[in-house]
Design a protein around this ligand. Structure first.
Ligand code: URA
Length: 257
């Protein structure tokens, strides 16, 4: 994945330079490249129209799956749930949070990433994975051929634990109902548990991460793929290659979803 992400960063930088010069479209072998620099806010591109040459298709990840139009009922129910969560005082974390961090992304996402809990950046912004780990997660998502807007991103806890300590069992118990309801509304085809703590609480196991990565799990009938937390990849880049293996497995599964 190292090479993939480095190439991606270089491509984004080159596209940004071209965009500054007023270039709006870039073609490779007659194919318009996905809009990486200024992603569209509404419907994502589903496929390129021209047949891809072997070189071009090797350079690009598989095209993103079609994104269905938002169902107003799901959107309204998620908004109502987010409102309930924003007023939550079930555990002591409400006393120290700046705001709750509900989740972000496509309400009909086929893939839902679940992390541990908001950190300082997320607590300040009210959005999950917006700090350094979040930026790496975004790169992983793009390397998988998707965008942050196309997947859904949430956490086990909706409030930041002080000093970013591990969630306490009582805190997870208080928050679990919210996550369960969130997943039931989004109905993802796959869940990706980011890191040991997310996987432990989601799957109710204390197996080591290596065993969970190799294992086969479901949450409420939804297959769960376990991988390293992006923060772990930042601390130890040797985890990037096995994490990318996990993402390739997920990409293959998503192709048929
Ligand atoms: N780490 C997490 O587990 N979740 C976030 O939202 C940010 C960092």
């Amino acid at each position: 994945m190292d090479n993939r992400i480095d190439t991606l960063e270089a491509t984004i930088a080159a596209l940004k330079r071209l965009e500054k010069k007023g270039v709006r479209s870039v073609y490779l072998d007659g194919i318009e490249l996905p809009t990486v620099v200024s992603p569209p806010s509404a419907p994502l591109p589903t496929a390129v129209s021209a047949p891809a040459s072997r070189a071009a298709s090797a350079a690009r990840p598989a095209p993103a799956a079609a994104v269905p139009a938002p169902n107003p009922e799901t959107v309204a129910s998620l908004a109502a749930l987010a409102k309930t969560v924003s007023a939550c005082t079930r555990c002591a974390l409400h006393q120290t949070r700046t705001q709750t961090v509900f989740g972000v992304g496509n309400p009909h996402a086929k893939l839902m990433f679940i992390g541990e809990a908001p950190g300082a950046d997320e607590d300040a912004k009210g959005e999950p994975f917006v700090g350094r780990a979040g930026q790496l997660l975004n790169k992983i998502i793009v390397a998988m051929g998707m965008t942050r807007e196309e997947v859904y991103i949430g956490n086990i806890l909706k409030c930041r634990p002080p000093q970013n300590r591990d969630p306490l069992p009582a805190e997870v118990n208080c928050c679990e109902e919210y996550l369960r309801a969130q997943i039931a509304l989004i109905k993802p085809k796959y869940i990706c548990a980011l890191g040991r703590i997310a996987a432990h609480w989601l799957l109710k196991t204390d197996a080591p991460l290596g065993a969970m990565r190799a294992g086969s799990y479901t949450y409420e009938g939804i297959p769960v793929i376990v991988t390293y937390h992006p923060a772990a990849l930042l601390r130890n880049p040797a985890f990037k290659a096995p994490c990318w293996d996990d993402m390739k497995k997920l990409m293959a599964l998503l192709k048929d979803a």
